[in-house]
Design a protein around this ligand. Structure first.
Ligand code: ATP
Length: 236
């Protein structure tokens, strides 16, 4: 059998003396949407930061197609096709919407026009505002721009951090529909969400994190039906 796209084994990391991930194991296979759910502060974002390379790892392995990334710098991971979004959104407010999108494809030498059209097709509001400063967008529009910019990088693995954060319910549905359509186009996604139901409802598999450890994992449909999950995360 071929290697999983992403495989994390026994991952430990710390902020100064305080360890926040205590031996995390997680696998993402090519073509999957995997959701990582858990309440505030359990270490979900820290795990994403370890994968994208901005947070150093204390011990354990992060393998991408079997190759250990743990000692590779973050830009090397980006060139392998790993993008991390929205990462606190981090859009460039004094550049236009279109310029922000082009920056997402900065490492590509081919024509970006077709992908830009694709992003505008997914988020028509970005086309309407293409020439305006990104800083003037609403929070939800900035979220869409951050996802659009990640799409422009033609990622193999997209790390999506709280894509529904701060969005009105109608926009949550729109963003989740985009996430599903990305999978249909061959992007593999690892998504972190506090909105457990939304995250699991579009995922193939899921992991539950508590206090820096994975405590449950399985098919997303099984997790949604699990009474422990329903009680703790789905408000049942
Ligand atoms: P949230 O949904 O709030 O982002 P999370 O599950 O993603 O929560 P993390 O942000 O990964 O959790 O935080 C895990 C723990 O590490 C928390 O106790 C947090 O306070 C701590 N932490 C996060 N970032 C730092 C940092 N830069 N320095 C020190 N401690 C940090």
């Amino acid at each position: 059998m071929s290697d999983p796209l992403l495989s994390i084994e026994g991952l430990h990391t710390a902020y100064g003396p305080i360890e926040v991930l205590h031996g995390v194991d997680l696998v993402v296979n090519e073509g999957e949407i995997v959701s990582l759910v858990g309440v505030n502060g359990v270490g979900k974002t820290t795990l994403m930061r370890c994968i994208s390379g901005v947070q150093p790892v204390k011990s354990g392995a992060i393998r991408f197609r079997g190759e250990d990334l743990t000692r590779r710098p973050d830009h090397a991971r980006a060139s392998l096709g790993i993008t991390h979004s929205p990462e606190g959104r981090q859009i460039f407010g004094d550049l236009s919407v279109a310029e922000n999108l082009r920056l997402g494809g900065y490492h590509r030498s081919d024509d970006l026009g077709a992908d830009m059209e694709e992003v505008f097709g997914l988020f028509p509001i970005l086309r309407d505002k293409a020439d305006l400063d990104a800083g003037g967008l609403s929070g939800g529009q900035q979220q869409m721009l951050a996802i659009g910019r990640a799409i422009m990088g033609r990622p193999k693995l997209m790390l999506l951090d709280e894509p529904s954060m701060g969005l009105a319910p109608v926009l949550v549905d729109q963003v989740l529909a985009v996430v599903k359509s990305l999978r249909d186009r061959g992007v593999t996604l690892l998504m972190v969400e506090q909105n457990a139901y939304a995250a699991l409802s579009i995922a193939d598999r899921g992991y539950v994190m508590e206090q820096g450890e994975i405590t449950l994992s399985g098919k997303a449909a099984d997790l949604i039906a699990d009474p422990r999950i329903r009680e703790a995360y789905l408000g049942a």
